[in-house]
Design a binder for this molecule. Structure first.
Ligand code: NAD
Ligand code: UDP
Length: 340
């Protein structure tokens, strides 16, 4: 297939680029590099032994996208481009509606103009919010509690409406649970500049002595050890979910991508201690506002319809994430001596 990957220089997108290239697909990437790196695309190409086309551009530029889609004529678009910080979305909501909603609208307009009729969209389990009870099925109540989650929900609704108006159009929204991990080579993964909001990048920052200790946000949740429970999913499993979703027929579909297994903050810290073979300082602090106690996927629909099931456990996620971090102490800007 010819596939256009928006946001292909980012964390999850670059792993998708690697996998698509490795499977023999022809890949074009569009990314404005706001939070991505050309080095990630380069690593994806090196690992796959094949090249992708790269265009540095913003998906809100509809005219440019139309030219690009005419040129590439992809059979599918994997749409990762967007902003992803919940905290930033609360402080800068218009920025999130602009990049995530307006950006997706621009992409859909360009796809309509050029008759490209298949999109796979990166949605998020944050759309479930406080109203649902874990495990979350796709039919669970939707109630995003922040602008980031609402931007994802708005795009899902846009895709649903667009599919209803064009029966030949196929849109798949994949609701990711908590993506972590890296390519097992340690060459592709996630690096967050500054203080990360997410648990695993923060733990890694503590191991690297960029931060003093992990703050555990609350130990009085109704969970076995009182800390928050999440469904962490290896990014390799996530990427396989996208490959499976490329086969979905016309219409709008939505799938959870999670393992169905939850781990507490304490369990993640313990697994990371084993992976990096050192003690990780931590302390319990106040709950973080807006957090749910438990977020776990019911992955049955993806298993049934896509034949997809997560393969990797928490240890693999921690080992691979740590390998990438060790090789990239400052992200893609500087690679540690001895790392390939
Ligand atoms: P990322 O920030 O690493 O990658 C996103 C990429 O999109 C970056 O390379 C960035 O430069 C690019 N981008 C952003 N705005 C753009 C624009 N207007 N035009 C062109 N390029 C633009 O993020 P990620 O973790 O790889 O996430 C990918 C997608 O998955 C995002 O849409 C995110 O919301 C979604 N998602 C991520 C998580 C997670 O925890 N990582 C969870 C659920 C959903
Ligand atoms: N968490 C924590 N300390 C941190 C970051 C996160 O205790 O520095 C907890 C958080 O309260 C939640 C879990 O770890 O229970 C996962 O948080 P993350 O932000 O990674 O994902 P999300 O809450 O968006 O699912």
């Amino acid at each position: 297939m010819r596939v256009l990957v928006t946001g292909g220089a980012g964390y999850i997108g670059s792993l998708a680029v690697w996998r698509l290239l490795a499977l023999g697909h022809t890949v074009s990437v569009v990314d404005n590099l706001a939070n991505g790196s050309l080095a990630a695309v380069q690593s994806a190409e090196d690992l796959a032994g094949r090249a992708a086309d790269f265009v540095q551009a913003d998906i809100r530029d509809t005219d440019l996208l139309i030219r690009l889609l005419r040129d590439v004529q992809p059979q599918a678009v994997l749409h990762f481009a967007g902003l992803k910080s919940v905290a930033e979305s609360v402080a800068l909501p218009l920025r999130y509606y602009d990049h995530n909603v307006q950006g997706s609208l621009s992409l859909l307009r360009a796809m309509q103009e050029t008759a490209v009729r298949r999109i796979i969209f990166s949605s998020s389990a944050t759309v479930y919010g406080q109203a649902a009870r874990a495990p979350f099925a796709e039919t669970s109540p939707i109630e995003p509690v922040n602008p980031y989650g609402r931007s994802k929900w708005m795009v899902e609704m846009m895709l649903r409406d667009f599919c209803a108006a064009d029966p030949a159009f196929s849109a798949v929204a994949l609701r990711y649970f908590n993506p972590v991990g890296a390519h097992p080579s340690g060459r592709l993964g996630e690096w967050v500049a500054g203080a990360p909001n997410n648990l695993l990048p923060y733990i890694i920052g503590v191991v690297q002595e960029r931060f003093e200790r992990v703050r555990i946000f609350g130990d009085d949740y109704p969970t076995p050890d009182g800390s928050g429970v999440r469904d962490y999913i290896h990014v390799l499993d996530l990427v396989e979910g996208h490959c499976a979703a490329l086969q979905v027929g016309p219409g709008f579909s939505v799938y959870n991508l999670g393992t169905g297994i939850g781990y507490s903050v304490h369990e993640v810290i313990r697994a990371m201690q084993v992976a990096c073979e050192r003690a990780i300082p931590h302390e319990v602090v106040e709950r973080r506002s807006g957090d749910v106690a438990i977020s776990i996927a019911d992955p049955a629909r993806a298993r049934h319809d896509l034949g997809w099931q997560a393969q990797y456990d928490l240890m693999a996620m921690c080992r691979d994430a740590w390998r990438f971090a060790e090789q990239h102490p400052n992200g893609y800007g500087r690679v540690a001596a001895g790392a390939s």
